[in-house]
Each structure stands twice: as C-alpha cells, then as structure tokens.
Design a binder for this molecule. Structure first.
Ligand SMILES: *Cc1c(COP(=O)(O)O)cnc(C)c1O
Length: 357
C-alpha cells in the first residue's frame, strides 16, 4: 500500500491465476490448458507473419479474424468483437454493458474473475446460489418487475463445476429478462456443450463470449471474442477504442485466423479431450470419487472420505498439480484438467497410492 495509490487501486482484490511452475516432468492439470498443441497451421501462419511487417501497427479492427469467426459461426462481422483473450473481452463487457445502477447477477460458485471486474469498474453485483447439485435454476435470476437485474453473466458450462445448462433454459432466461443483457461465457463449450450463438440472431440482449485459449490450445496467444447484436458489439468497440485500439497484434491475428480455419484439427483434438474425460470420470468413480457431470475439459470431484486439500498436496509431492479452491461449498472438491491419456493415468495411479487400499 502506498499513499500514491488511487482509492480504486487500494480497494482492489486482484484475480489469482492458477500457478505456472517451471518444473520439469510436471503433470500440470491445474489451469485447463489443452494438452494438445495448437494447430500446426496456426504455428505456420505465425511463423509466416514474423517478418518486416511487424514494424507496422496491426489492423485495429482485425477484419480478417472477424471474418473467419463470422464464417465459422454463421453471423456477420458486425456481430463479432475480438479482444486480447476473453478476459479482456469480459472486462469491456463489464464496463460497457453490465455497469448499471441495479446489481448484476452471477452464481455464487463461478469464474472468480467476475467479482474482480466488479471491483475494478465498480459494478454492483449479487450472487445467486447454485442448487445443491451445482446446477443453475434460471428462475432464481428473474426478479419482479421494477427490480430486474442490471445484467446476468455466467459461464456455460459453468466453471469450476463443469456443469452445463441446457439451451432451452438459456432461452427461458432471455425471454424472462428482455430488459437486461445476458452474457454467456462459453470458454469450455467446445468440449461437448451447445453454443448459444445461434440464439443471438433472435435475442438482442444476448452476448456470447468465447476464447481460443482452451479448445484451440492458444492460451499463450491471448485471443477471445464475443458474438451478439450489433448494438452490443458497438458498445464493446466504443470501450476498446477508448482504451487500446490495437488489442490484437499481427502474430495473434495470423495465428487465430489459421486456428479457426483448421476445423479438422480442432474437431479431432476436442474429440480426444472428450474421450479422455470420459475415461478419467470412470476411473475417478472407481476410486470412490463423486464427479459432477462435466461438459468441459476439466472435472470437479470430491471424495467422501478424503480431504481435498490434503490430496492436492500429496499429488503435488508426486509432481502432479490440480486446482483446489479454499472456498465455501467447494473446499472438498478438486478441479482436475483433462490432460493426455498418459497424464490422466499418472494422476489415477498417484491417487490410488494416496488413498490407499
Ligand atoms: C479460461 C477462462 C476465460 C479466459 O480465457 P482467456 O481467453 O484465456 O482470457 C474466461 N472465462 C472462463 C470461465 C474461463 O475459464
């Protein structure tokens, strides 16, 4: 703390990302990265873009990337916003679409960046408890007339639970809340979920946010995007152009376009992650774990007789890291990223050893 800090900075509680230890032979299952590398075509495109043209600013509108995303999702480029990772897209969403007098709503157990943005942009919020099985009940987000939410946001599938809300429920939520923006954060949707993007043409209050960090294995490149009605996109462009008009650099644009266009590699690696997840769930259940049904590239599991924090520490001693949150309701859960088959087999072998006979 310093007397030079602004009052806003003094009051911040910054987000704490999962750690990125630099240890050899680590089985890293803590930050939901994709165990398969990016598309070779994306890497080739980044190499090809590494030339003298880097002396020039990138296209401030990343038109090529918007075109590739629009074609992939059957929308127009005016319905697409791109940013430096979906975290940056979300930041602009909080300032540009969710900051109102009335509090916004999100689940009590969800992506922990949301309250951080509320702190940064001074957005009032209320959390809505998930049901006991960690599912979202949409009726809990619908307030009486005159007391409607300032906005609604949650990931689908939710994080860190992995549970998916059916699209019919999202549509019911949109119909019940026509006066506020509903933001669906689809960071994990490509691992077996249903995207709400098709609904954006019928619901002008729906914004869907996605990232290339997880399903396209490009967490290090920092590319995310939003799809929605042009009016919503325009709000985000206004914020972006008042903050940093060149968020995506030339290499990121080149790599992201190639990654979006390489649909075959994308489909194949997503299928591989899903297949490994199904085996991981079965193996964990054999060890006595209760696993929340997951539509993501991670699973959320608790053991009725073994303390989660102790198990996470014991795994770490065996060079396997998973995520444990010391938070109400979920302190007995481990969030385990789906790695390769070999990494998951190493995790199961270590857990067998830790849990004992
Ligand atoms: C990983 C994640 C993001 C952020 O992804 P980036 O594009 O890497 O910034 C956003 N929302 C949720 C729920 C995530 O898990």
């Amino acid at each position: 703390m310093s007397r030079y800090w602004s009052d806003v900075v003094k009051g911040l509680t910054p987000y704490v990302p999962g750690e990125q230890p630099k240890l050899a032979n680590l089985v890293k299952l803590n930050t939901n990265e994709n165990p398969y590398g990016p598309s070779p075509r994306a890497l080739e495109a980044i190499r090809a873009a590494t030339d003298d043209s880097l002396k020039l600013y990138p296209d401030p509108n990343a038109e090529r990337l918007k075109r590739a995303i629009a074609d992939c999702h059957g929308v127009e480029t005016c319905n697409v916003f791109v940013g430096n990772g979906s975290d940056e897209v979300l930041a602009h969403v909080f300032l540009g679409l969710l900051k109102h007098a009335r509090p916004i709503l999100f689940p009590d157990i969800t992506y922990s960046f949301y309250p951080v943005y509320c702190g940064l942009y001074q957005v009032p919020y209320e959390t809505v408890p998930l049901l006991a099985d960690f599912s979202i009940r949409v009726a809990d987000y619908t307030r009486p007339p005159g007391a409607q939410a300032g906005g609604i946001i949650f990931p689908n599938p939710n994080a860190p639970t992995g549970r998916q809300l059916p699209l019919a429920d999202i549509e019911a939520l949109l119909q019940a809340n026509p006066d506020c923006v509903v933001v669906i954060d689809e960071a994990y949707v490509d691992f077996g979920g249903d995207s709400a993007i098709p609904l954006t043409t019928r619901y002008p209050n729906l914004l869907v946010v996605q990232t290339l960090s997880k399903s396209r294995s490009l967490a290090g490149l920092r590319v995310g995007f939003a799809v929605g009605h042009d009016d919503l996109i325009e709000a985000l462009e206004r914020v972006k152009n008042s903050f940093n008009s060149y968020p995506l650099d030339r290499l990121a644009i080149a790599g992201a376009v190639a990654a979006i266009e390489d649909r075959e590699y994308f489909a194949r690696t997503c299928r591989a992650v899903i297949a490994t997840r199904e085996k991981l769930v079965a193996d964990l259940e054999n060890l006595g774990y209760e696993v929340i049904p997951s539509a993501a590239n991670f699973v959320f599991a608790r053991h009725p007789r073994h303390d989660a924090e102790k198990s996470a520490l014991a795994l770490r001693q065996r060079s396997i890291i998973v995520r444990h949150f010391k938070l109400p309701r979920i302190a007995q859960y481990l969030r385990i990223t789906v790695g390769t088959d070999e990494q998951c087999a190493a995790l199961i072998a270590a857990l067998k050893d830790i849990l004992g006979p």
